[in-house]
Structure formats: structure tokens, C-alpha cells
Ligand binder design. Structure first.
Ligand code: NAG
Ligand code: NAG
Ligand code: NAG
Ligand code: NAG
Length: 357
């Protein structure tokens, strides 16, 4: 047994020493990504991971302080040149939208980075990503795909399924990545999905879920929404923690840990009532109702910030800060917003893969 502990601790010390050296060299987090992935794979093969090993983890501190800050985005939205303005007077395309993380204080210490294509491919190598939800989730998938696919492939799929209420599956052969979009506009649809994974004992590595707008428009009852979220939360919790034996994908050969799925919640965007395109929407999806829905989301403790299982991709604050110039119908926002959310998710995954070292 002592031998086992020593075997576990020796590489742990190695991680610590090498990490300290690299920190001293001021290497960027992107380089650390490659470092940590390579090391993780090496260690996973060479060492049977034990609790004593994981407790030694050096990035714990990073994760705790930075995951709460990863949604801190600032926008710079400026009118484009006058020529363009004349042509498209009412389009969100008349504005240049640039975003970045707040570059001060605690947030800048986290060194969040926009992912290059190669970094994104590296992180998502051999992973199975599922995004389930309404049109917000679909727009998020488009942004994620734009990050990992080349333009030609993107063009060939974009127009096709964007507007339909249907599922979409894609395999990116180069990196063996699977991406599924599941049309699931209601909370019950998401709960069904979770139950299906539970029964089949197969889980994606990354699961992004989000819903609320359909319920608000068609049911328009916040306490009912809260009750459904609670059922969803309980089904997610009953899925966790997943013991390694249940994971079907075999030994660790990729960057993301497969010990349990990485779970995200893509909430509801800020709604700009005057811009909504139907009378029923303007009437039912008003500010008071929106806040009531937001409150029950907090109360049901679905989100990590409230002790729940899902990390928040904070579409609400991003859309609020980007503002009316970033939306054409008060509900669906410019691609830049969903691009930012995709980068937020990747940064969070990166932090989580540190933790799983
Ligand atoms: C304004 O936008 C709507 C929806 O995109 C479009 O149908 C309409 O033609 C646009 N009007 C002008 C003047 O560009
Ligand atoms: C994906 O992983 C495989 C095997 O683990 C490796 O050979 C390949 O270089 C990786 N690709 C990227 C883009 O990281
Ligand atoms: C989603 O749930 C609603 C209400 O429970 C149901 O009517 C609908 O068929 C479900 N849709 C899908 C795609 O499962
Ligand atoms: C709202 O939903 C709750 C819980 O499902 C139900 O008890 C209540 O009667 C509903 N309120 C209205 C106005 O339909």
C-alpha cells in the first residue's frame, strides 16, 4: 500500500515542480493546455489515479476562483462606416461587435483566452458534445461549429438545418469528435434526455442544456417552470457522480476527463420587449415574467453558483451588455454573443480538465 502511495505521489510532485517552473517562465495558459493534456495522458497511462493523487491537485485554487469569473465579458459595439449604414439601415450588421474578458483585477489574473481553432480541436479531441435546448442552444452550436470546422464545411451545413425544429448530428472525423444538437424546447424534453442517458448508461463528455422561452410563451407560469426545473435538477443529480466503470469509452486517451460529464446551463437571454415580433410574445414575455422565471431558476439550485450541478453560460449578462444593437427581434442575438459563449465554455472546460489531472 505504501508503495502505491509513493507511486501516486512521485508524479504529483513532478506535476508540481514542472508547473512551478512553467509558471516561472510565464507560459500562457494555452501552452499550459498542451502541457497539461500531454501530462494527463502520460500519467493516466502510467499511474492508476488514486484519491491521494487527485487531492494533491495544484489547479484547485484556479478553478474555484476563476470559474465564477469566466462570464465577465465586456462589449465594444460601434457603428460601421457610413456607406454600409446606408445599405442596411435596420440590421444588426451595421454594428461592429467586439468582446473580451474584463482585463483588470481578479478576472485578468485568470488569463482567459479566446481559443484558436487548433486549441479548440485539441481540447475537444475525441470528445462527445451534446447541446440540447431551443433556438438559443442552436445558435450556440453554430458558434461552436464555426470554431472547429473549416469554412467550406460550415457553409455546407449552416443554411440547411439552422431554421428547422429538429435534431442534428455531426462527426468531425479529423479529431473523432461527435457533436449532437437535440431539439428540446421544454424542460421536460431535457429531463427525458437525461433519463435516456441514465438508462443507456452512456453519457456525453460535455452536455449543454437550456430552455425557458417556450415555456414562458406557451405556459406562462413561473412556478410551473420552477417545478419542472426541479425535476430536471433531480434527474441530473441522480446521474452523478458517474463511477468510471460506467463510462463506456475505455482508457483515457484524450484531453477532457471522462470521469463524469461536464454540464452547462445556457439560460435565457435578456428580452427586449418592444422588439419582440409577435403580440403574444410582447404580452406574455414581459419584464415581470422574465424576472419571475429567472428567480425560480435561482431558487431550484440547478446552477453551480447555488450549489447545483450545472455551470452557467451567462447568456443573460452577455445579451444585456451587448444590448439592443446586437439583436433584430429582441430575443435572438448576433453571432458574436454565441461566439463569446462558446469561448466561455472552452475556458471553463480547460479549467475543469486541470482539476481532473
Ligand atoms: C429590416 O429587417 C427585416 C428583417 O430582417 C427585413 O425583412 C426588412 O426588409 C428590412 N428593412 C430594410 C429597410 O432594410
Ligand atoms: C487527437 O488525439 C490523437 C490521439 O490521442 C492524436 O494523435 C492527435 O494528434 C490529436 N489531435 C489533436 C488535434 O490534438
Ligand atoms: C417536448 O415536450 C413537449 C411537452 O412535454 C412535448 O409535447 C414534445 O413532443 C416534446 N418534444 C420533443 C422533441 O421531444
Ligand atoms: C401554475 O403552475 C402551478 C404548478 O404547476 C399550478 O399549481 C398553478 O395553478 C398554475 N397557475 C396558473 C395561473 O395556471
Amino acid at each position: 500500500m505504501i508503495e502505491g502511495v509513493q507511486r501516486a505521489n512521485t508524479p504529483a510532485c513532478l506535476v508540481f515542480i514542472v508547473y512551478t517552473l512553467m509558471a516561472a517562465w510565464h507560459l500562457s495558459r494555452n501552452k499550459l493546455l498542451f502541457f497539461s493534456c500531454a501530462l494527463f495522458i502520460t500519467l493516466a497511462v502510467g499511474v492508476h489515479l488514486t484519491p491521494s493523487f487527485t487531492s494533491f491537485f495544484v489547479f484547485d485554487h484556479y478553478r474555484d476562483s476563476c470559474t465564477d469569473l469566466v462570464n465577465e465579458i465586456v462589449w465594444d459595439v460601434q457603428p460601421k462606416s457610413v456607406d454600409v449604414l446606408d445599405v442596411q439601415k435596420n440590421s444588426t450588421e451595421t454594428y461592429d461587435k467586439n468582446w473580451d474578458w474584463v482585463r483588470s483585477g481578479k478576472v485578468s489574473a485568470c488569463e482567459f483566452q479566446k481559443f484558436s481553432k487548433s486549441d479548440a480541436l485539441h481540447l475537444l479531441n475525441r470528445s462527445w458534445v451534446v447541446v440540447a435546448g431551443d433556438s438559443q442552444a442552436r445558435l450556440f452550436v453554430v458558434s461552436l461549429l464555426r470554431l472547429v470546422l473549416d469554412e467550406e464545411r460550415m457553409d455546407s451545413i449552416e443554411g440547411d438545418w439552422l431554421k428547422r425544429h429538429s435534431d442534428y448530428k455531426l462527426v468531425i472525423d479529423e479529431i473523432g469528435m461527435k457533436l449532437d444538437f437535440i431539439w428540446a424546447p421544454y424542460e421536460t424534453n431535457l429531463t427525458h434526455l437525461i433519463m435516456k442517458y441514465k438508462v443507456k448508461r452512456t453519457y456525453p463528455d460535455v452536455l449543454v442544456m437550456g430552455s425557458g422561452l417556450w415555456h414562458m410563451l406557451h405556459v406562462n407560469n413561473a412556478s410551473d417552470y420552477g417545478a419542472r426545473l426541479l425535476v430536471l435538477k433531480n434527474s441530473v443529480v441522480s446521474l452523478l457522480p458517474i463511477s468510471p466503470e460506467l463510462v463506456t469509452n475505455g482508457p483515457v486517451t484524450r484531453c477532457l476527463s471522462n470521469r463524469s460529464p461536464h454540464l452547462f446551463w445556457l439560460g435565457m437571454p435578456t428580452l427586449i420587449n418592444g422588439m419582440l415580433n409577435m403580440e403574444a410574445k410582447r404580452e406574455r414575455m414581459n419584464d415581470a415574467m422574465w424576472h419571475a422565471y429567472d428567480k425560480v431558476l435561482g431558487d431550484c439550485k440547478l446552477l453551480h453558483q447555488r450549489g447545483g450541478p450545472l455551470m452557467l453560460l451567462d447568456i443573460q449578462s452577455l445579451t444585456r451588455n451587448c444590448g439592443p444593437r446586437c439583436t433584430f427581434d429582441g430575443m435572438h442575438y448576433d453571432g458574436a454573443v454565441y461566439d463569446a459563449l462558446a469561448h466561455i465554455m472552452l475556458n471553463d472546460l480547460l479549467a475543469q480538465s486541470y482539476q481532473s489531472l
